[in-house]
Design a protein around this ligand. Structure first.
Ligand SMILES: Nc1nc2c(c(=O)[nH]1)N[C@H]1C(S)=C(S)[C@@H](COP(=O)(O)OP(=O)(O)OC[C@H]3O[C@@H](n4cnc5c(N)ncnc54)[C@H](O)[C@@H]3O)O[C@H]1N2
Ligand code: MOO
Length: 405
C-alpha cells in the first residue's frame, strides 16, 4: 500500500480536504418546479420581479376611511361600497365616505386608514366611528416586505419552507437547484446479522445501516443500502466498484482500522485514491476519505457512535459541499454543567444533552458513557460537545461549542 496520503491529520486539515474535494466535484444543477425544490440547495439568484405586498391592502376586516374625517371625535360616515379580497373594484373614498373592506383587499383610492369592524356602529349605510383611531392603522403598504429588484435569495442557500413560500409569493414557479447526491451505503463484517435474526455466539445486529440511512434521509437524501457484506476483500471490492461507477458518494462503515480484516483502506488504495486516512478526532479516528471511480468515498469507522460523529461532522459537510451549500450548519455555544478532563490530544466530540437554564444560558451536560460503542447513550443525547485539541481540563461553566442534533 502507498503511504503518500495525509494521515493522522488534524480535524481542521481533514475538513479542508473535504471542502476542497467537494468544490472540485460540485454536482450539476437542475431546474425544478417550485413544489419539488423543498430542502434543496439553491443554485441561482432570486431577484424580485414584483413588490410584496404587490399593492396597499387592509390588514383587518373593517372600514377604509380618510383619517382626517374621523380625527375630531366620534363621526358618522356614508358607506359607499364594499371591497373584498380578490379583484380590485376601483373604489374611491371621498370626504365623508367609507368603504367596507376585508383582510387582504386592496385599499380604495383616497382611504388611508382601516378601522376594525368590532369598534363601529352600523345603521344601514351610516357607519359611526369612535374617536382616537391612529392614522394609517391596519394598512399594509406595497413593497414593505420586498421591493422590485431586491436580491431575495442567493446561490448556496437552503430552500426552507418559508423561503420556497417567499419565492411562490413572488410568482416564480421554477428554480435552479443543485442535484441531490446519490449515496450508496455499505455495512461490512462477518459478525453482522439483520434485526429479526437471533444472534449466534459472537454475532451482533447490524445497527449502522439504519443509523446511516436515517441520517442521510434526515438530510433530504434517498440513499441506497447494499446487503450487509462479509469480510471478504474480493466481494467487497467488486460491490464497492459497482456502486462507485454509478453513485456520487459511497459510504462504508467498518473495516478501516488496523485489524486483519480491515480491508477497506487497501482496496481504496488499489482501486482508487486515498485523500486522507486517520484523523485526530475522537470518536472516529480511523476515518478514510478518497475517490473510487466516479464517486467520493467515505470509509467510516465501524463503532456506531463513530459512524454518528464522523457523519455529523465531515460526512454531512461533504454532502453539503457537493451541493454548493454556503450556509453553515448551526454551532451553539454552551456552558458545561459538569467538568471535562480529556487527557488525549485529539479533538473530541462528546455526546451530551442541552438544557436552557432559568437565566437563558444554554448548558451542556456531557454524557458519562463516552465509549464509541455506547449507541444508546448517543441516542438519548441531543448534541455533540466539542472538546478542543490537546489535553483539556474544563471546569463547570467553561464555554464550549456544541453541535445540536
Ligand atoms: N489496533 C487498533 N485497533 C483499533 C484501532 C486502532 O487504531 N488500532 N482503532 C479503534 C477505533 S478508534 C475504532 S473506531 C475502531 C474502528 O474499527 P473499524 O472501522 O475497522 O470497524 P470494525 O473493526 O469493523 O468494527 C468496529 C466495531 O464496530 C462494530 N460494527 C461494525 N459494523 C457495524 C454495524 N454495521 N452495526 C453495528 N456495529 C458494527 C464492530 O462489531 C466492532 O465492534 O477500531 C478500533 N480498533
Ligand atoms: O475513535 Mo474510535 O472511533 O474510538 O471509536
Amino acid at each position: 500500500m502507498r503511504d503518500d496520503f495525509p494521515t493522522q491529520l488534524t480535524f481542521d486539515d481533514a475538513q479542508a480536504i473535504v471542502d476542497a474535494t467537494a468544490a472540485e466535484h460540485r454536482l450539476p444543477t437542475e431546474r425544478l418546479a417550485l413544489a419539488r425544490t423543498h430542502q434543496r440547495i439553491l443554485a441561482q439568484d432570486v431577484v424580485a420581479p414584483i413588490p410584496l405586498p404587490p399593492f396597499d391592502n387592509s390588514a383587518m376586516d373593517g372600514y377604509a376611511v380618510r383619517h382626517a374625517d374621523i380625527a375630531r371625535g366620534e363621526t358618522t360616515l356614508q358607506l359607499v361600497g364594499e371591497q373584498f379580497a380578490g379583484r380590485a373594484l376601483d373604489l374611491r373614498v371621498d370626504a365623508g365616505q367609507c368603504v367596507r373592506i376585508t383582510t387582504g383587499a386592496p385599499m380604495p383610492a383616497g382611504a388611508d386608514t382601516v378601522v376594525i369592524r368590532e369598534v363601529v356602529r352600523i345603521e344601514g349605510d351610516r357607519i359611526t366611528f369612535p374617536a382616537d383611531f391612529r392614522a394609517g392603522a391596519n394598512v399594509r403598504y406595497a413593497g414593505e416586505d420586498v421591493q422590485v429588484d431586491d436580491a431575495v435569495l442567493a446561490p448556496g442557500q437552503v430552500l426552507t419552507p418559508a423561503r420556497v413560500a417567499t419565492v411562490a409569493s413572488l410568482g416564480i414557479d421554477q428554480l435552479s437547484v443543485s442535484a441531490r447526491p446519490t449515496v450508496a451505503v455499505f455495512t461490512t463484517g462477518d459478525e453482522l446479522v439483520q434485526p429479526g435474526i437471533a444472534l449466534e455466539p459472537g454475532q451482533i445486529h447490524d445497527s449502522n445501516r439504519e443509523l446511516l440511512m436515517g441520517l442521510l434521509r434526515a438530510d433530504g437524501l434517498e440513499p441506497t443500502a447494499w446487503p450487509t457484506m462479509p469480510d471478504d476483500p474480493e466481494r467487497i471490492a467488486s460491490m464497492l466498484r459497482d456502486a462507485a461507477s454509478s453513485f456520487d458518494v459511497v459510504i462504508t462503515c467498518g473495516a478501516v482500522s488496523a485489524g486483519e480484516k480491515d480491508h477497506v483502506p487497501a482496496l481504496l488504495d488499489a482501486h482508487g485514491r486515498i485523500r486522507f486516512w486517520k484523523v485526530r478526532m475522537k470518536p472516529g479516528m480511523p476515518l478514510l476519505f478518497g475517490d473510487l471511480d466516479q464517486a467520493r468515498f467515505l470509509g467510516l469507522p465501524g463503532n456506531p457512535v463513530s459512524v454518528f460523529a464522523t457523519y455529523a461532522t465531515l460526512g454531512r459537510r461533504l454532502l453539503d459541499g457537493l451541493q454548493g451549500r454556503t450556509e453553515a450548519r448551526r454551532v451553539f455555544r454552551a456552558r458545561l454543567a459538569t467538568p471535562i478532563d480529556k487527557p488525549h490530544a485529539r479533538r473530541e466530540f462528546l455526546r451530551g444533552r442541552l438544557e436552557v437554564g432559568e437565566d437563558g444560558t444554554l448548558r451542556a451536560h456531557p454524557d458519562a458513557a463516552t465509549g464509541s460503542h455506547r449507541l444508546r447513550a448517543a441516542a438519548m443525547a441531543d448534541a455533540l460537545i466539542v472538546v478542543p485539541e490537546g489535553p483539556q481540563q474544563l471546569s463547570i461553566g467553561s464555554v464550549v461549542d456544541v453541535l445540536p442534533y
